[in-house]
Design a protein around this ligand. Structure first.
Ligand code: RM4
Ligand code: MN
Ligand code: MN
Length: 433
């Protein structure tokens, strides 16, 4: 068995020594500042350490666009190497103990073996993801004109069986949720009968729902367009909510940030789903124009904060059925995926902690007294507080890196992986293409 390069805990703590003193200084300063606001910084460190989110197996491979993919040296070639990279991310940031698998992209040959491999890296498996938006070699029926909503029963049946198979694989891996995103829709007016297509979706989903174990949830992921450019069957949160209600108590609505038209008020959608007890969780990413799958917090950090403001408000209010599953769903086309995922993850925790800094009493008063500027100022005060020392302390105390990207680069991990992982002839491209 060849040895695989790993970043050791001792290397991380050595690297941390370089900046430890500054972090301490900044931490003390922030601690004093927060005390004036009656906030105990230690509570926030604990909150930051408790925030957990999953890495998608497809996110550690280099992504691409419709035009090209530019693979990076040393990228993972199979699910075991992907888990190695996920383990590395977890070591450095300490907030990503789970991995979400896309089937069949990362279908394990031996689920028990993969589960053990993950366990050795302190990882476990988050939601499963089915794929009926492309055809696989040897597949009997094509999804060219749809899957769960296809007019022909045999095609729908094949797509249903695929989803049930995902649940079976997930059971063996210890997963507890299944995410269904379909690309079904039409490119031409008249191509589909809108109501009948949705009826067929529900009929198919009822069969998938029936295959869920008692302690599982199913997540419906909506998306307003792409790959269908005229109409999409599960196009918005309203449709998703309707379906989740029709299906039953184990069905919830998943929000992928990139799946909305530009300028849509996503935080309000989040609030609605919380209020209706149907928020499944998130696929975090950022976007400028469409499903760009850019890094979280890179384009609209204030929007990310406002979403977390709703989440923290629900957390503090102990809203019923509020148990969101968090995941990054991004495509890294021009960066090292490990670096992007770490930086994006830090942005999630940052928004979460900043949202905890919102003076809720002040906000409620401002709302009651119809004072919009005071309300906005209350939010802005939290959003403009630099919480970086809290995030660094949370990571470092858990054994992670003060500077995850600097430490990753200094370790030479990617170069070592480039030696260990020479390109396989005929290997399938990883990442979203
Ligand atoms: C879709 C959607 C799904 C993801 C695929 C790869 O746009 O976001 O969640 O599984 O892309
Ligand atoms: Mn997604
Ligand atoms: Mn997407």
């Amino acid at each position: 068995m060849p040895t695989h390069f790993e970043i050791h805990d001792s290397f991380i703590s050595e690297q941390n020594q370089k900046t430890n003193d500054w972090v301490k200084e900044d931490y003390e300063h922030l601690s004093k500042k927060l005390r004036r606001q009656n906030v105990d910084i230690e509570d926030l460190v604990a909150k930051a350490q408790g925030f957990r989110f999953a890495i998608p197996s497809w996110g550690v491979g280099t992504g691409g666009t419709r035009f090209a993919r530019f693979p990076g040296a040393g990228e993972p070639r199979d699910i075991y190497e992907k888990l190695e990279d996920c383990g590395t991310i977890y070591k450095l940031v300490r907030s990503t103990p789970s991995v979400s698998l896309h089937i069949p992209w990362d279908k394990p040959e031996d689920a028990g073996d993969l589960r053990e491999f993950a366990r050795q890296r302190d990882l476990h498996f988050d939601a499963m993801n089915s794929n009926t938006f492309q055809d696989q070699p040897g597949q009997k029926h094509s999804y060219k004109f749809g899957s769960l909503t296809h007019p022909e029963k045999s095609v729908r049946e094949q797509a249903i069986q695929h989803n049930i198979e995902c649940i079976e694989v997930g059971k063996a891996l210890g997963s507890k949720a299944h995410t269904v995103w379909i690309g079904d829709g039409g490119n031409f007016p008249g191509q589909q009968h809108f109501r009948r297509a949705l009826e067929r979706y529900l009929e198919s989903m009822r069969e998938i729902y029936a295959a869920l174990p008692d302690d599982w949830r199913v997540f419906i992921e909506h998306k307003f367009y792409e790959p269908a450019f005229y109409s999409t069957v599960i196009n918005d949160w309203g449709t998703s909510y309707y379906c989740a209600r029709e299906l039953g108590p184990k069905a919830f609505c998943l929000v992928d940030l990139g799946h909305h038209a530009p300028n849509v008020n996503i935080e309000m959608i989040v609030a609605r789903l919380i209020q209706f007890g149907k928020l499944a969780g998130f696929h975090f990413n950022d976007s400028k124009y469409g499903d760009d799958d850019l890094d979280s917090g890179s384009i609209k950090p204030f929007q990310l904060f406002l979403i977390f403001n709703e989440l923290v408000d629900a957390e503090l209010n102990k809203e019923p059925y509020f148990s969101p599953a968090y995941m990054l769903d991004q495509s890294h086309n021009v960066t090292d995926p490990i670096e992007s995922l770490m930086m994006s993850g830090v942005e999630l925790v940052r928004a979460y902690i900043q949202a905890h800094l919102v003076d809720r009493q002040e906000l409620t008063d401002a709302q009651a007294k119809c004072d919009p500027l005071r309300a906005l100022a209350t939010l802005k005060q939290a959003f403009t507080t630099d919480v970086a020392p809290i995030l660094a302390a949370a990571r470092a105390r858990a054994g992670g890196a003060i500077d995850p990207i600097g430490t990753f680069r200094a370790s030479g991990y990617r170069q070592r992986k480039a030696e260990e992982r020479p390109a396989k002839m005929g290997a399938r491209a990883s990442g979203i293409v």
